[in-house]
Design a protein around this ligand. Structure first.
Ligand code: SAM
Length: 312
């Protein structure tokens, strides 16, 4: 029988979220950078492969790469080729460097991509990402090539921002309709002091629900998927959401090779650099044993009750 990694809250770890770098070619106004703030040496191909191999022995069958911008790693294909057999291998990227790499990433074992795209308007995109003009074209091109080479479903990550892109959800739904694209509308979390852009995702979800032909609840983070006339939309509500935490099955790995039990904490990281397989196995178990939900209480759903403070 397989020896799974289960924390003291009964949450079984089935997925890894690995940050490959802190570097990014965009400067998004709200970015949480996967909760990281380090300038250590970047995790190597062998380090990623070792962590994935040991975790896979214990039932982890899914890995997502993130960052910073993971496609800034020129050895990303090497990382993909060094992985054990996993059910789902994906990356979250800003898409600006995707088009020329999509085929080689697919050939190296990547199953699918999430592309961050908060707006289809060039001016709004430039405002949000603080990038030079014209990058949005690269992102749209990246999405198109990803579809062509079969990195599907391509998920579009749209952070919902007050007075910036609130009025664009319909347009985004039209953009994905009828293609192997899924829209994920994500509630803004409070990083970089950008919380003035926080918009009411619960209200948006009610509107989408009212229009949906059908919906299904995913166990991961208790997210609901809505189907609207050939378009698939997911609403991700991480804030003050105890169900989000209670169903969290991921363990994070930082870009300087530490195990990270929670996006929202940096006081319980476990460095695994230079470890033997046996030491790493023990470190994995220890890290899982200290995992705890950031939002614990069900009462924290009620406005004004049990609100935990988000890190800046
Ligand atoms: N550079 C890559 C990208 O743009 O997708 C990967 C890193 S980025 C940190 C990963 C995802 O986190 C993106 O989809 C982004 O929209 C989301 N994200 C970043 N900061 C966030 C915040 N404050 N609240 C909610 N989502 C956030």
């Amino acid at each position: 029988m397989q020896d799974f990694l289960v924390d003291t809250y009964g949450r079984k770890i089935s997925s890894l979220r690995v940050s490959l770098t802190n570097r990014c070619n965009l400067r998004c106004i709200y970015c949480h950078n996967e909760g990281e703030n380090n300038s250590g040496k970047e995790i190597t191909v062998d380090e990623v492969a070792q962590i994935a191999r040991i975790a896979a022995r214990h039932g982890v069958d899914k890995i997502k790469f993130s960052g910073g911008e993971p496609l800034l790693r020129t050895d990303f294909e090497d990382i993909l080729r060094a992985l054990p057999d996993l059910r789902d291998v994906s990356v979250t990227t800003n898409g600006t460097l995707l088009a020329p790499r999509a085929q080689s990433l697919k050939d190296s074992g990547l199953d699918r991509v999430n592309v961050s795209l908060d707006s289809l308007s060039p001016d709004r995109f430039d405002f949000i990402t603080k990038c030079p003009a014209g990058y949005i074209e690269r992102v749209l091109d990246g999405i198109s090539v990803a579809l062509d080479v079969g990195l599907t479903p391509v998920k579009i990550n749209m952070v919902y921002l007050k007075d910036v892109n609130e009025d664009e959800v319909e347009k985004m739904i039209d953009f994905i309709r009828g293609k192997p694209l899924v829209l994920q509308v994500i509630e803004l979390m409070n990083f970089k002091g950008a919380f003035s852009y926080h918009a009411d995702v619960a209200a948006l979800e009610q509107k989408i629900k009212a229009k949906a032909d059908k919906f299904v609840c995913r166990e991961m983070h208790r997210r609901t998927k809505y189907y609207l006339d050939g378009a698939e939309v997911e609403i991700v509500r991480p804030i003050d959401n105890s169900e989000f935490c209670m169903n969290c099955n991921r363990l994070r790995v930082t870009s300087d090779c530490k195990l990270k039990p929670c996006l929202l904490r940096n006081d319980n990281l476990v460095s695994v650099r230079g470890m033997t397989d046996e030491e790493l196995e023990r470190a994995l178990r220890h890290t899982v044993s200290i995992r705890e939900p950031f939002f614990k209480s069900l009462s924290s759903h009620i406005p004004g009750k049990g609100k935990a403070k988000m890190p800046e």
